[in-house]
Design a protein around this ligand. Structure first.
Ligand SMILES: [Fe+2]
Ligand SMILES: [Fe+2]
Length: 207
């Protein structure tokens, strides 16, 4: 991909309607999206991935399907019925991104980021290398950010405790190679996680 085209994409995403809509509807999910994208870039560097644009965009928009949900999952603990609704967001996100003209590599991050290495994820229950690498990276950094940032119904935990949790589920929920890469990048990621106070500034800083 040419640099000018890449720049156009990044501006399109960051200044365009999807992130702004997400931020307006659900600021915490937008903050989480920005963190996930930044963490994914750090992990990709550790894994020797040179071209990270699609990964970063996919992570920035991985939860965009939540725009179409009737509930706001980041704000409270989910009931069983809520959970069934929330499980639709990967497919909804994929549809939004394909409709908006994003390439498969970007849309597939949204589609597969809740799949698990052991095949017990959703929406399809695919496993291991059937899950695209960018989605496997997103799954790890997604979970990590939720743990270290916390939720209204779930207190944040320290980075070391979050890494321990990832290791505990490595090879089951998460790709071990990605977990190891994130753990190795721990000193680097401490300055990466965005605080809620800076949401507006940090999201626009992707442009
Ligand atoms: Fe998600
Ligand atoms: Fe997420």
């Amino acid at each position: 991909m040419e640099i000018s085209e890449s720049v156009r994409w990044v501006k399109d995403v960051c200044l365009g309607s999807l992130q702004i809509k997400l931020r307006n509807k659900d600021p915490q999910t937008a903050l989480h999206a920005a963190n996930t994208s930044k963490l994914a870039a750090v992990v990709a560097g550790r894994l020797g991935i040179k071209d990270t644009l699609e990964l970063r965009l996919g992570c920035l928009l991985h939860d965009v399907g939540k725009l179409l949900l009737s509930i706001e999952p980041a704000k409270r603990k989910l009931t069983y019925t809520d959970y069934e609704v929330v499980q639709k967001h990967p497919i909804l996100g994929y549809m939004i991104l394909k409709e908006a003209g994003y390439p498969n590599e970007v849309a597939e991050v949204a589609l597969y980021h809740h799949e698990r290495i052991d095949g017990r994820g959703y929406p399809f229950g695919i496993s291991r290398n059937e899950i695209p690498l960018f989605a496997r990276i997103c799954a790890v950094v997604d979970a990590f950010d939720v743990m270290v940032s916390g939720r209204p119904y779930q207190p944040r935990i320290p980075v070391a405790a979050a890494l321990n949790e990832l290791h505990r589920h490595s090879g089951l929920q998460f790709d071990p190679i990605v977990v190891t890469a994130l753990a190795q990048a721990a000193p680097q990621i401490l300055g990466t996680i965005v605080s809620p106070r800076n949401l507006a500034i940090r999201v626009s800083s992707h442009a």
